[in-house]
Write a protein that binds this ligand. Structure first.
Ligand code: C5P
Length: 213
């Protein structure tokens, strides 16, 4: 059975991860951060000495990447050879190269297939860049969560993370394969002047209203 997925997309540091996690908790759905999957592929390539900029080498390595998925409560985790990846995925090197890897159509095809499989066994809140446009284009629950560039840069800085979000957003928006975009039927949520609780309430109310329609 396919459950109606909750699709949450948006640029880097828009607050969408935090919001998606809280909404998943509220609904008792599984939270899936698809950025972690693209990051895990990037991390694995770097570990193996494969240049993420060498598309042919990345495509050749794809079938052998031993990625699987686990769960920490209601949060989906990415596992590589028995190791749950967490801090490894947030490093500066991964930040700098993940958008290059994510622009490769073969990488996207592999991960999108895995993302869709999730929704066959359980209801999910899935967060990323192309969830409403490509992964689950038919779901009625689509949210595009954003914030001004200044607010997003300040949020990243407050986390103490060096991350060139403007550069990543540019690459993610301009790539040919599944670029970052608001689906025409997605609801836009600008979080620049909203608290996390307000954003969660706004989206949760919308989901409830649609469920009771
Ligand atoms: O969400 P997060 O910032 O961790 O995502 C890291 C990168 O993964 C993005 O900048 C983007 O290049 C890629 N990504 C993607 N499609 C998704 C999720 C993430 O291309 N659905």
């Amino acid at each position: 059975m396919m459950y109606p997925a909750i699709a949450i997309d948006g640029p880097a540091a828009s607050g969408k991860s935090t919001v998606a996690r809280l909404i998943a908790q509220k609904l008792q759905y599984t939270f899936i951060n698809t950025g972690a999957m693209y990051r895990a592929v990037t991390w694995y390539l770097l570990q193996r000495g494969i240049n993420p900029q060498d598309t042919a080498a990345v495509v050749a390595a794809l079938p052998g990447i031993p990625l699987s998925f686990g769960k920490d409560g209601s949060v989906s985790t990415v596992v590589c050879e028995g190791r749950t990846l967490t801090d490894e995925l947030k490093g500066q090197e991964v930040n700098g190269l993940v958008s290059t890897v994510a622009a490769i159509p073969e990488v996207r095809a592999l991960l999108v297939r895995k993302q869709r499989e999730y929704n066959e066994s359980e209801p999910v809140v899935m967060e990323g860049r192309d969830i409403g446009t490509v992964v689950f284009p038919d779901t009625p629950f689509k949210y595009f969560v954003t914030a001004s560039e200044e607010v997003r840069a300040a949020r990243r800085a407050a986390e103490g993370i060096t991350d060139s979000i403007a550069e990543r957003d540019k690459k993610d928006t301009q790539r040919a394969a599944s670029p970052l975009a608001q689906a025409p039927d997605a609801r836009l949520v600008d979080t620049s002047d909203m608290s996390i609780d307000e954003v969660v309430a706004c989206i949760a109310d919308d989901i409830r209203a649609k469920l009771t329609q």
